[in-house]
Write a protein that binds this ligand. Structure first.
Ligand SMILES: Nc1ncnc2c1ncn2[C@@H]1O[C@H](COP(=O)(O)OP(=O)(O)O)[C@@H](O)[C@H]1O
Ligand SMILES: [Mg+2]
Length: 260
């Protein structure tokens, strides 16, 4: 029997010595970290540092050459692992929303429930409506993606992922493709999810969000974790020069580094 406190700290994802190369390009160079139940971990770092590759390794959209990815204790890199079952526990939200353009918001949220989870249509419908309400889109259930703003489409994508009852949600720069005035609505939904106790691994350039919502911030550069810790440390008072240089760039993108 596990006590409540043990459950609260149980790792949902454990990554051990993860290496991934594309040809000669050694993208992930030994990544170790853990996401515990209920934790919100934000991953920050320069473009090309391997953040998306890391997220894609967590649900084996990319297969690492070395290392382990354990989802709730099960090694999904083990060839004997039931990968589909492991993947069902992980919801993923991408920069491009990847909705089915020919299906309404509601059906975008029911289709995998009925085909993959084999839920009855009425149950899938009820769950989809509840999740669309959760992201503030009750009024839009019959709309097609093209009739929705980017922010609304991204919120449908979040509702779709939530409808599968994931143990973990992965977000890869969920607001990067949005017009600036639409970013806030998506971040509000994500903040609410975090408060509801959802376990989340979020790649983001939204430093204010990371500072406020993350339990832990991971700074990646060149395929390694340079530093990680509470946002007040990693963003507020970073210990590495690489982190400071990166933060200067994202917090003041118009700033030009003096040349030596
Ligand atoms: N499918 C792929 N095939 C070949 N190279 C890739 C692939 N995906 C990513 N890369 C390379 O891996 C490196 C890291 O990319 P990525 O993980 O997307 O970084 P980030 O998300 O931090 O910007 C880049 O050099 C990129 O070109
Ligand atoms: Mg990326």
């Amino acid at each position: 029997m596990t006590t409540e406190s043990e459950t609260a700290v149980r790792p949902v994802v454990e990554i051990k010595n993860l290496h991934k190369s594309f040809g000669d390009n050694h993208v992930l160079r030994g990544i170790d970290f853990t996401v515990r139940q209920g934790e919100v971990v934000c991953v920050i770092g320069p473009s090309g540092s391997g953040k998306s590759t890391l997220l894609r390794c967590v649900n084996l959209l990319e297969v690492p050459q070395q290392g382990q990815v354990l989802v709730r204790g099960e090694d999904i890199t083990d060839p004997d692992c039931h990968l589909d079952a492991a993947r069902q526990q992980i919801g993923m939200v991408f920069q491009q929303f990847n909705l089915f353009p020919h299906l309404t918001a509601l059906v975008n949220c029911t289709v995998a429930q009925t085909t993959v989870l084999k839920r009855k249509p009425a149950e899938a419908d009820r769950i989809a409506r509840a999740n669309l309400e959760r992201v503030g889109l009750s009024e839009k259930i019959t709309a097609f993606p093209a009739q929705l703003s980017g922010g609304q489409q991204q919120r449908v994508a979040i509702a779709r992922a939530l409808s599968m009852d994931p143990a973990l949600m992965l977000f890869d720069e969920p607001t990067s493709a949005l017009d600036p005035e639409l970013v806030g609505d998506v971040l509000t939904v994500m903040r609410k999810l975090a408060l509801d106790g959802m376990t989340m691994l979020v790649v983001t350039h939204e430093m204010a969000f990371a500072r406020e919502v993350a339990d832990r911030v991971v700074f990646m550069d060149g395929g390694v974790i340079v530093e990680q810790g509470p946002p007040a440390d990693v963003i507020g008072n970073p210990s590495h020069e690489r982190t400071r240089t990166f933060l200067r760039r994202v917090l003041d993108p118009t700033h030009v580094e003096p040349t030596a």
